[in-house]
Write a protein that binds this ligand. Structure first.
Ligand code: NAD
Length: 297
């Protein structure tokens, strides 16, 4: 008998999330019994600080895995038993896997062992490899040093970026991210280097860079515009955006018009979902099928 997967998404304002249908369609294509439900803290009358307890309660009620999104990625950690190394380094969890160990059925914990993981960075790295194969990673400019920016920065270093320049409207966030991630043990001949740059310098830095990533919310519905003057992009650059609503942000449009190779935010969204699906089920996800499903939504 195949096992039943019941996955929850913990976050706020997630009624319109594409994750349930994205996961369920891939599971259906694989013939799995798999249900994906939102657990919206706003609807439940909970605060972000309750996310850890909500995660434990959900598992006690039968949830076999969880995704976690804004604003609960840090707060959920209090309810977990263990963290993967990358989730600990990023200080953020977007995926919780559950292992039941009957030998440890004690008290309220009932032997359920909840482990926090992070597929935002593995997802971005896979997206980069699949969507922009061979992209030059000599110097990369990253704008936005929040949750998505931290995951992207980690992924770029793992992928071999030699110089990563991070900017944020809140300069202290860029500085903190650079301090947290550097020095990084990269390939011996090319030690990775991360540094913070001020927002005003971004256009000049882009002129010297191979690629640029937007990890700010600018470009998403309700946040029109571009996070920097897009006229500095040339056909020499690649551009990645993490914003996926809409897929064709103003920045993506400008980059395409300039002749850049472009990775839209849908790639990261699909890849992180695929990585989570694989952690939940132990089965490979068909990423091109998931991307095709995503583009239909
Ligand atoms: P966040 O609030 O943690 O971080 C955003 C950062 O951008 C902040 O540090 C903020 O100071 C900075 N910022 C805002 N406007 C700026 C500007 N004009 N110039 C420079 N910096 C600016 O948010 P987050 O969770 O990192 O999410 C950012 C975006 O990434 C959202 O649109 C979100 O939907 C998207 N996202 C996409 C994926 C995906 O899978 N594609 C995953 C996570 C987040």
């Amino acid at each position: 008998a195949s096992s039943f997967h019941l996955i929850g998404l913990i976050g706020a304002g997630i009624a319109g999330s594409l994750s349930p249908v994205l996961h369920e369609r891939e599971a259906a294509a694989q013939g799995l019994r798999y249900a994906y439900r939102t657990l919206d803290i706003d609807e439940l009358g909970l605060a972000p600080g309750d996310a850890g307890q909500l995660a434990r309660d959900a598992v006690r009620l039968g949830y076999t895995g969880l995704n976690v999104t804004h604003p609960c990625k840090q707060a959920v950690i209090t309810g977990l038993d263990a963290l993967s190394d990358d989730a600990r380094e990023l200080g953020a969890v977007n995926t919780v896997t559950v292992r039941h160990d009957a030998a440890h059925d004690v008290g309220s914990r009932q032997g359920d062992r909840l482990t926090g993981r992070n597929t935002d960075h593995t997802g971005f790295r896979a997206a980069l490899a699949e969507g922009l194969p061979g992209a030059a990673l000599g110097t990369v400019v990253l704008v936005g040093a929040g949750g998505a920016g931290s995951a992207v920065a980690r992924a770029l270093l793992d992928a071999g970026a030699r110089r990563l320049l991070v900017a944020d409207a809140d300069a202290s966030r860029a500085q903190q991210l650079a301090a947290r991630l550097g020095p990084h043990p990269g390939p011996a001949a090319h030690p990775s280097r991360v540094s913070a740059v001020v927002l005003e310098d971004v256009p000049a830095r882009i002129a010297e860079a191979d690629g640029v990533v937007n990890a700010t919310p600018i470009g998403m519905v309700g946040h029109p515009g571009t996070p920097f003057d897009a006229s500095v992009l040339t056909s020499r650059h690649w551009l990645a955006d993490v914003v996926y609503r809409p897929l064709e942000t103003q920045l993506v449009k400008a980059a395409l018009a300039a002749g850049c190779r472009v990775l839209d935010g849908g790639w990261m969204a699909v890849s992180q979902a695929a990585d989570s699906f694989e952690l939940f089920t132990g089965l490979p996800a068909d990423r091109s099928r998931m991307r095709a499903h995503f583009l239909e939504l």
